[in-house]
Design a protein around this ligand. Structure first.
Ligand SMILES: [Zn+2]
Length: 322
């Protein structure tokens, strides 16, 4: 995937492209930003472009080097990441990297080591790594990926060039999703909202069929459906987005401000049935109940209480969807 396919990160892409064009690289990059905005994709694309042997646009994605990186078989490009979210990156993983970094490159290009989750290195691992950053081996580039620099050793941060990745404004995210990925506009809006403008996250949500789950959760909460089967915390977020829509639409009359674009019809009907005070009261109640989940109250119980609160607001009989 070439750089032009990384959307919404113009500044980061511009800087990396300039380094490529000038063939002048820093020894350590730190890609910083929230999850799901394309940091890892950009790091792999950068590693490919650095080592690409094509004479045209880099990375070409088809030369032997690009293909080896794509399949994870390039001897000089190594991606290290935690096995799952609760894992750390320990000293043994870092030692493996440092040993490789001390060797000559197998192929003609540069060695690139990508560490995704640099902020979850154990202190031992970070200290071992720091020594290498102080005297980086020749022809070696480290790309550290982290969500926040406060979680890294300041001595590591100070040796790296920081490249920031950001969430896109919702409208921009929506535009990319609909124009570049051919996603229906309504769905693109909802994915932008629920991913908070993180394009990578939005695409992942789409793959996980989030919109269907959202509607199943809402239907379950409003008693139209059998009990929920999703994540209670996520389901409550969906409900809050829906109540927020009710409030905003009642206040502004603007359909384009509705997050749950696929339920515009019923929101339009419901908004006339409830006062601002009543909607607000319900939102407060849901927020309070949600906070109980952080205090080890069984989510199933919280969910049932919320469901009962919604039932109090009868008649809650949504009109036709649309
Ligand atoms: Zn290539």
């Amino acid at each position: 995937m070439p750089f032009r396919n990384i959307h919404g990160q113009d500044k980061a892409v511009e800087l990396l492209s300039r380094n490529l064009k000038e063939k002048s690289f820093y020894s350590t990059y730190l890609f910083l930003g929230p999850d799901g905005v394309g940091k890892k994709l950009a790091a792999i694309t950068f590693a490919k472009a650095i080592n690409c042997v094509s004479s045209g646009e880099k990375p070409c994605t088809v030369c032997p080097s690009c293909r080896k990186i794509d399949s994870g078989n390039h001897p000089d490009v190594v991606l290290t990441e935690p096995k799952n979210r609760s894992n750390t990156i320990g000293i043994s993983e870092i030692r493996k990297i440092l040993q490789k970094a001390g060797l000559k490159a197998y192929e003609a290009g540069k060695k690139v080591f990508i560490i995704d989750g640099a902020h979850i290195m154990t202190p031992e691992a970070a200290n071992a790594f720091l020594k290498t950053l102080e005297e980086p081996p020749r022809d070696t580039i480290f790309i550290l990926i982290a969500t926040s620099k406060e979680l890294l050793l300041s001595t590591v941060v100070s040796r790296a060039v920081i490249i920031r990745f950001r969430s896109a404004p919702l409208a921009a995210c929506e535009k990319v999703l609909s124009e570049k990925f051919n996603i229906d506009r309504k769905e693109a809006r909802m994915l932008s909202v629920f991913s908070s403008g993180r394009i990578g996250r939005a695409l992942e949500m789409r793959e996980k069929d989030l919109i269907r789950k959202k509607n199943a959760a809402l239907d379950a909460l409003f008693g139209k459906n059998k009990p929920y089967s999703g994540s209670p915390k996520e389901d409550i977020e969906f409900l809050l987005s829906y109540l927020r829509d009710l409030f905003v639409y009642k206040a502004t009359g603007r359909k384009d401000l509705i997050f749950n674009a696929d339920r515009t019809g019923e929101i339009a009907v419901l908004k006339d049935r409830y006062s601002f005070d009543r909607i607000d009261e319900l939102i407060q109640k849901v927020v309070t109940l949600e906070s109980y989940m952080d205090h080890n109250v069984n989510p199933k119980i919280v969910f049932d209480v919320i469901k009962n609160s919604l039932a109090e607001l009868t008649p809650f009989n949504p009109g036709p969807k649309g």
